[in-house]
Design a protein around this ligand. Structure first.
Ligand code: ZN
Length: 274
C-alpha cells in the first residue's frame, strides 16, 4: 500500500494553488492572473515609499484571498450552499437499550455519489479535494479531543486491499483525523476475508457481518468515533460497534465504567435504502 504523501500533495495543490471550485470549476476567489498583475505593477515601481504601499496592498490582497479560501473552503459559495449538508443522524441498535447514532456529511447522491465511486473504484485523486470539503462539514463531536477520543476507521479486508491496491476509507479517515485533531486507532481487524457475501440472503449477510470484526487490542480511551465512507442501512457500522461489546457479557455489564464505551459513528455520505 502506498503512503499518504501523494494524496497530501494533491490536496495541498487544490487548497493553495488551484483556486477554482472543486465542483463547478469556476474561480472561487480572485484569479491568480489578477494577483500577478498587481505584483508586476509593484515591482516596476521604483519609488520606495510607493513600492512599500504597493507591497502592503499586495499583502492585503493575499491575506484577503487566504481568508476567503478558508471560509468558503474548496467549493464556491454557490456550490457549497446547493448541497444538503449534515442530514439528520439516524440510529441503529447495537445492544439492548444502546443505539448508535450515525451522522453523515451529506447524502450519497450527485455529486457525492459520482465522486466517491471515481475515488474508490478508479483511484481518481482529482475527486479527493471534493471529498475533503465534504469531510470538513462534520462538526467535531462535543467534548471530544485528542486525549479522550479516537477515530476508528472501518477496516477493509486484505482481499479488497489487494484488489484495489489502496484503501479509500483509511485515506479519508486520515483527513478526518487531521480536521478534528483526534488520533486514529487501528485496534480492530476485519476477519471475514475468506467468507464471500455473494449468494447469501440478507439475514445470512448480516450474521456474517456481525462476526466480521475482532478487537486486537483494548481501546486506549472510552470515546470511539467510528468512520465509514458510505452508510446506507448502517449495518457495517453497527457490526463494527458491536465488536466493542463483548457477546459473553450482556449489555448491562457495560454500564460499569471500565467496559463502558461511548460510541458514535460518522460517514461521508448516507445512501438511500431504495
Ligand atoms: Zn462552484
Amino acid at each position: 500500500m502506498r503512503g499518504l504523501a501523494p494524496y497530501q500533495t494533491g490536496l495541498w495543490l487544490a487548497e493553495y494553488i488551484d483556486i477554482r471550485c472543486q465542483l463547478c470549476r469556476i474561480y472561487r476567489s480572485m484569479p491568480q492572473s489578477q494577483l500577478l498583475k498587481h505584483h508586476s505593477l509593484s515591482s516596476l515601481n521604483d519609488v520606495s515609499a510607493e513600492t512599500a504601499s504597493q507591497t502592503h496592498s499586495l499583502l492585503t490582497i493575499l491575506r484577503h484571498q487566504t481568508t476567503n479560501r478558508l471560509s468558503s473552503g474548496l467549493f464556491c459559495a454557490h456550490c457549497h450552499n446547493s448541497m444538503n449538508w449534515l442530514p439528520k443522524p439516524f440510529n441503529v441498535d447495537i445492544a439492548a437499550g444502546i443505539s448508535l447514532p450515525i451522522q453523515a456529511s451529506t447524502y450519497y447522491e450527485y455529486p457525492m455519489r459520482q465522486a466517491i465511486r471515481a475515488f474508490k473504484h478508479h483511484e481518481d485523486m482529482t475527486k479527493l479535494p471534493l471529498l475533503l470539503h465534504t469531510i470538513r462539514q462534520l462538526p467535531r463531536p462535543h467534548g471530544c479531543h485528542n486525549n479522550n477520543s479516537v477515530i476508528v476507521a472501518m477496516p477493509t479486508t486484505n482481499q479488497r486491499l489487494i484488489k484495489r491496491g489502496f484503501d479509500p476509507v483509511s485515506i479519508l479517515s486520515a483527513q478526518l483525523s487531521k480536521h478534528w485533531r483526534i488520533p486514529l486507532w487501528h485496534g480492530v481487524k476485519r476477519v471475514d476475508d475468506t467468507v464471500s457475501q455473494q449468494g447469501l440472503t440478507r439475514a445470512e449477510r448480516l450474521s456474517n457481518l456481525n462476526n466480521a470484526f475482532a478487537l486486537i487490542e483494548t481501546p486506549p480511551v472510552k470515546r470511539l468515533l467510528l468512520f465509514d465512507d458510505v452508510s446506507t442501512t448502517g449495518a457495517s457500522l453497527q457490526a463494527l460497534a458491536r465488536a466493542f461489546i463483548s457477546p459473553e457479557k450482556p449489555a448491562t455489564v457495560n454500564i460499569h465504567s471500565d467496559t463502558n464505551y461511548q460510541i458514535s459513528a460518522y460517514a461521508l455520505a448516507h445512501g438511500s435504502q431504495s
